[in-house]
Design a protein around this ligand. Structure first.
Ligand SMILES: [Zn+2]
Length: 178
């Protein structure tokens, strides 16, 4: 996908016409590669423009995976903190990207868990319970499985932090006590 974009971009520039997008040959983006086909439409739904994609492509010398990752991070930095639902969606997309690459994603899972706790706070939940997968791989959560904590303490010191998990993708979680 980026190769074809690059070509359009360059040929448009060589014409030395106007700098408007359409004159530079940027008409529509097409997706050939599975990674781009999955993630570029999502990035665009979140508000990333074709020009953002091209600029990042130029900056990163066309390393496609890095372009997508960089755009996700750009989004995380630009979205307001109170938009918890949106942030959670973006983190989930980033996590699924790392899952596909079989990389460790627990630093993002931790951020996602913190956002979930913030949602509980907004819903005036006062206590939470820890739910572990009981597969012997997540000692941090298994030692605390089924135990209840105050939401306040859990937010200050997240007890199922990524550090104590042997899985690449920790699936232990909090459930609200209503
Ligand atoms: Zn875990």
């Amino acid at each position: 996908m980026f190769k074809s974009l690059k070509k359009l971009f360059t040929s448009g520039q060589n014409d030395k016409k106007s700098s408007k997008d359409e004159d530079r040959g940027i008409v529509s983006l097409e997706f050939y590669d599975e990674l781009s086909a999955t993630h570029i439409p999502k990035l665009k739904d979140y508000g990333i423009s074709d020009l953002d994609i091209l600029d990042t492509y130029e900056k990163l010398n066309g390393r496609e995976r890095d372009v997508i990752w960089s755009l996700y991070n750009k989004l995380l930095n630009s979205i307001r903190h109170e938009k918890i639902y949106l942030l959670k969606e973006i983190y989930s997309d980033m996590i699924s990207m790392l899952d596909e690459e079989e990389k460790n994603c627990n630093h993002l899972v931790e951020q996602l868990n913190k956002l979930t706790l913030k949602e509980f706070e907004r819903a005036e939940i006062k206590r939470v319970k820890i739910l572990s997968m009981r597969d012997g791989l997540c000692k941090a959560a298994e030692d605390l499985d089924g135990q209840e904590f105050s939401l306040n303490n859990t937010q200050k010191n997240c007890p199922i932090s990524a550090g104590g998990c042997k899985k690449k993708h920790c699936t232990c979680t909090f459930i609200p006590i209503t």
